[in-house]
Design a protein around this ligand. Structure first.
Ligand SMILES: [Ca+2]
Length: 325
């Protein structure tokens, strides 16, 4: 009797966990505002790009494909979907084409990671699939800003400029100046160590803060502090669920969960890319990497809200107080 009860509880638990997982997937779909649903050939089809991440030379888009059959039964045969991603900035230009395969027996499947050439800043993916016709006309899911060398900066909206300051500067932050939920600052120093405050300069160290508290520090020697403590392993979590840090050679990769921001630092190139991976951040960030509203012509906004066309005035306006020699 006890054993039968146990079996019943186990069966219920399994059923419940399955139902929960399924509902969760549906909720995740609902949470994504960018998908459209097509119903063809007995299927309800969801195509949900999950996140976008940039590096200096390429864009990575991972696409999650969900499929729900009318009967609620899993797929009986493999389903191959032809997909193209088109540039919105250059309509008609196919950036990527390939096939996504949904395997028989699955309800939904996390799928393809796609590497696109070029820079994410002007890239809007439009995904067409066949045989489902137009499935998706999605918004850009992430924006990437970057700086490298002495330093050549590219804002989240693709505006390029050079700035040879020698202080610490706000690269990006939530626009609330008193207590931004996140802020990334960079220390700029001269390429010649004997004249650290003379151009040409480059980025050498970073602070990432959360509501004013330092979460990550990348030092000039590429050592990393997580909440003030030295990070000596290959990878580590930040707090309970605040993100992670990993290191490989001269690269440091950081991912913050709240808000969804990624950073890739390459000390050898003195290059950093910052990815805003949540559309809620678009138009809600400030700093040297601009406002991420999609318009490259309005990025030179200073902390007081005024615009300027002078790159020196713009850069200097984002200097961290007390950081200049
Ligand atoms: Ca802009």
């Amino acid at each position: 009797m006890l054993f039968r009860s146990f079996l019943a509880v186990l069966a219920f638990a399994l059923l419940y966990s399955f139902a929960t997982a399924y509902v969760k997937a549906e909720n995740e779909l609902t949470a994504q505002k960018s998908h459209q649903v097509e119903k063809r050939a007995g299927y309800t089809f969801h195509c949900v790009p999950e996140w976008l991440q940039c590096t200096a030379v390429q864009v990575v888009i991972r696409i999650l494909v969900f499929i729900v059959t009318d009967t609620g039964a899993p797929l009986e045969t493999d389903l191959v979907i032809s997909t193209e991603i088109e540039s919105e900035s250059n309509p008609g230009v196919v950036l990527w084409s390939g096939e996504l395969t949904l395997h028989a027996g699955s309800f939904f499947e996390s799928s393809q990671t796609i590497y696109l050439p070029g820079n994410a800043n002007t890239l809007f993916g439009i995904i067409y699939t066949d045989p489902f016709s137009l499935i998706l006309n999605h918004e850009l899911l992430g924006r990437c800003g970057q700086g490298s060398g002495d330093p050549h900066m590219v804002t989240f909206d693709g505006h390029k400029f050079d700035f040879n300051g020698h202080c610490s500067y706000v690269l990006t932050q939530e626009c609330d100046k008193d207590a931004p939920s996140f802020q990334v600052t960079a220390d700029f120093r001269g390429r010649n160590p004997s004249t650290p405050y003379e151009p040409p300069t480059r980025m050498v160290a970073f602070n990432i803060t959360n509501y004013g508290t330092q979460v990550i520090r990348i030092n000039e020697d590429n050592s990393v502090l997580i909440k003030g403590k030295a990070f000596t392993t290959h990878s580590a979590r930040i707090g309970d669920n605040e993100g992670f840090v990993s290191r490989s050679g001269s690269n440091v990769t950081i991912y913050l969960t709240q808000p969804s921001v990624s950073l890739n630092w390459n000390r050898r190139l003195h290059g950093i890319t910052i990815g805003l991976e949540n559309v809620d951040l678009f138009s809600n960030v400030c700093g040297m990497l601009g406002n991420a509203d999609g318009d490259p012509n309005n990025d030179f906004v200073m902390p007081d809200g005024k615009s300027t066309s002078d790159v020196v005035e713009f850069g200097n306006s984002w200097a961290v107080g007390g950081s200049c020699p």
